[in-house]
Design a protein around this ligand. Structure first.
Ligand code: ADP
Ligand code: ADP
Length: 229
């Protein structure tokens, strides 16, 4: 049994009378502790896939299992519980609360979940030990993304979902963020799924899933993962 199992997952959006198929019979698996990258053109269905996996959207058909649990049969209350307890999210534009410090941003997210890690400790781990009392506007883009990653990690999630985590960063800063994700994944055994256009990311991934017009084109397992330097 794989950690993530998508079995013939379909998603159709209805806008008025128009039906938009966003996923068609998507089947793939991700093993525990892997870094999995999702690639594909704009509109291919990457965000839909990530949202379904994160319990933020429902599916039209098929089955999604996480760690053996069939999350595709969860009701709204169970999905909310699942998002809070099991999933950490990292977005392109950080989504930090501007009038809270880095430390407070991490603390407030951890409060809602059952097994939080120590916020200050996690901030030290992502290299922000000296910046905890800063507000987001006083931090660089790369530092803000580190806070966002710390916020997700402090929930101590089983699964970390990232949507273009390096999309707003320059190449070198983006690479440092990748290194952080790779180190974290290796250290904690957490499973990470990342949407990206950054080709440096596909070289460091354990698994690369390519999607086109809602259809999984290929799933490639990397036997020799490049460590990010
Ligand atoms: P990607 O993340 O790869 O750019 P998306 O998952 O966002 O792709 O979108 C896949 C398809 O579903 C696109 O055709 C998009 O227009 C459509 N879509 C996404 N979200 C919605 C929505 N809320 N309502 C209607 N159509 C949507
Ligand atoms: P609530 O029911 O408390 O409003 P949600 O069910 O919306 O919370 O979200 C539960 C968890 O999912 C949150 O702890 C958060 O980490 C994550 N989450 C979902 N959507 C987002 C988002 N757009 N930005 C940041 N975190 C999100």
């Amino acid at each position: 049994m794989a950690f993530v199992e998508f079995e013939k997952v379909s998603k159709i959006y209805h806008t008025g009378t128009v039906e938009i198929p966003a996923l068609r019979d998507a089947t793939f698996q991700v093993e525990k502790g892997e870094i999995c990258v999702i690639v594909g053109a704009s509109g291919a269905g990457k965000t839909t896939l990530l949202n379904i996996l994160g319990g933020m959207d429902t599916l039209t058909g098929g089955t999604v299992k996480l760690d053996g649990r069939d999350i595709s049969r969860y009701d709204r209350r169970q999905l909310t519980e699942y998002r809070r307890r099991d999933v950490g999210f990292v977005f392109q534009f950080y989504n930090l609360i501007q009038n809270l410090t880095a430390l407070e941003n991490v603390e407030i997210a951890a409060q809602l979940c059952p097994h939080p890690l120590d916020a200050a400790e996690v901030l030290r781990e992502v290299g922000l030990g000296e910046r905890m009392k800063n507000f987001p506007a006083q931090l660089s883009g790369g530092e803000q993304q580190r806070v966002a990653i710390a916020r997700a990690l402090a929930k101590n999630p089983k699964l970390l979902l990232c949507d273009e985590p390096t999309g707003a960063l320059d190449y070198v800063t983006g690479k440092n963020i990748l290194k952080l994700l790779q180190d974290t994944c290796r250290r904690t055994g957490m499973t990470v799924v990342i949407i990206t256009h950054n080709s440096a990311l596909t070289a460091m991934a354990d698994r690369v899933i390519s999607i086109k017009s809602g259809t999984i084109q290929s799933v490639r397992k990397n036997e020799h993962v490049t460590p990010v330097e």
